[in-house]
Ligand binder design. Structure first.
Ligand code: IMP
Length: 415
């Protein structure tokens, strides 16, 4: 039984796509279990950048893509990404849980409307209709994938949504046609995943967004509308906790955030601009510039605690090359008290003043030089980069087993 979960430890964009691809290479299935087309997971193969919004990025490895019931599905994205996989020689159809709810055109409209109403307090959503799709689901007026295959009941369900929102849902003929196209793959995913795990098959559960965007555990209201943490694997896929043998946390070597909300270590200066440019910190889904800051250990400690993380994959270490002094926030000062663990409450977190340690950086390496490091392995990393990693391991009490030093698959070092 090898269920492996991949969870983002920050505010998303940690590089889960690449890690999922690497770990999916010997997996049978890879599953998206929450969120929708708000996610932007990238895999770079031979300098070709593949972007996934709806299918798990791990499917670029050839593992069978699955979409579990706790997601909100944008079928047109699914279709596009099936074509994307075809373009790299992978001909596959995703398995889609019949219980997953779909994102309707009206949800995207509502997403924009709510953001406008919020005005200066807008969340900065991806406008992919995620919040409204999940809220319709919670109101029990959501449309499930299987409803698209039953034209009789579909009409009354659409009417209910239209009556409630007092808006037309939009043209969903296209959705019905797509569902018919996928009908052979709309399935009882829960049974398949459990059976396959029982048969010893490896399954990767690919998280989207990050722990701090979790609707319960994140920095509410500046969060997404799903649970992005480990519990979502169980509730969404119908797979019990004992079937997950490994929980991997993915974190960037610094911190980023898209959209509004608290960010204790944010850099609003030139240093931040440099980091943004070097790390190409612009949203995969929306192209928006990301806010950037130093590593925040108290928040990471919280993420590790609530997800039971076993080990860490550290990404974008190369981006820090060339920075003379690197800071790490090791604790907060909250109302004059030193705190090691981020508080699970936004109002308190807003009062947190980061306490930093300063470390010597290392020289900037060219891509070619990082490539050589990746080939040679751990010992070839710059000395101060190794120290940086080892200090993080100590501060978080977890091993960092994989270090990514470039976007392409192959640009990583195992420890
Ligand atoms: P929504 O998920 O589109 O409703 O957006 C809610 C918040 O989550 C916004 O701050 C988004 O920027 C953020 N968000 C959603 N998906 C991602 C992601 O994949 N990476 C980073 N931030 C995300």
């Amino acid at each position: 039984m090898t269920g492996v979960a991949i969870i983002g430890l920050q505010w998303g964009d940690e590089g889960k796509g690449k890690i999922s691809y690497l770990l999916s290479r010997d997996a049978e299935y890879v599953v998206r279990f929450q969120g929708g087309a708000n996610a932007g997971h990238t895999v770079v193969l031979d300098d070709r950048e593949l972007r996934f919004n709806m299918l798990p990025a791990g499917s670029a490895s050839g593992a069978k893509p699955c979409i579990a019931s706790g997601t909100v599905v944008d079928l047109s994205e699914v279709l596009e990404e099936i074509e994307l996989l075809k373009s790299i020689g992978i001909s596959t159809q995703p398995l889609i849980s019949r219980n997953a709810c779909i994102v309707l055109p009206i949800h995207k409209e509502l997403d924009s409307m709510i953001e406008q109403i919020r005005s200066s307090e807008a969340i900065g959503t991806t406008r992919r209709g995620i919040g409204p799709a999940y809220s319709d689901k919670a109101l029990r007026i959501g449309i499930k994938i299987e409803d698209l295959l039953d034209s009789g009941s579909l009409k009354s369900k659409i009417k209910l949504i239209e009556d409630f929102h007092k808006l037309p849902v939009g043209d969903i003929e296209e959705w019905v046609k797509l569902a018919e196209k996928f009908s052979g793959n709309i399935c009882d995913l829960e049974i398949i995943l459990n059976d396959e795990l029982d048969r010893g098959k490896k399954i990767i559960f690919e998280g989207a967004q990050g722990t701090l965007l979790d609707i319960d555990q994140g920095t509410y209201p500046y969060v997404t509308s799903s649970n992005t943490t480990i519990g979502a694997v169980f509730t969404s896929c119908g797979v019990g906790p004992r079937k997950i043998s490994e929980i991997i946390g993915v974190m960037k070597a610094y911190t980023t955030r898209v959209g509004a909300g608290v960010f204790p270590t944010e850099l609003k200066n030139r240093e931040g601009d440099i980091l943004r440019e070097k790390g190409r910190e612009y949203g995969t889904t929306t192209g928006r510039p990301r806010r950037v800051g130093w590593l925040d250990i108290p928040l990471l400690r919280y993420s590790i605690m609530i997800n039971s993380i076993d080990w860490i994959a550290l990404t974008k270490l190369d981006v820090l090359g060339g920075i003379r002094k690197i800071k790490i926030c090791i604790e907060y000062d909250i109302n004059g008290e030193r705190v090691e663990m981020a508080p699970p409450n936004v109002r308190t977190l807003e009062k947190a003043k980061p306490v930093y340690i300063h470390l010597d950086g290392w020289s900037a390496l060219t891509r070619e030089e990082w490539k050589k490091v990746a080939v040679k392995g751990w010992d070839a990393l710059p000395e101060n980069a190794k120290i940086y990693i080892e200090i993080i391991e100590k501060l978080l009490s977890r091993p960092i087993k994989l270090v990514s030093v470039g976007a392409s698959a192959g640009m990583e070092v195992a420890k």
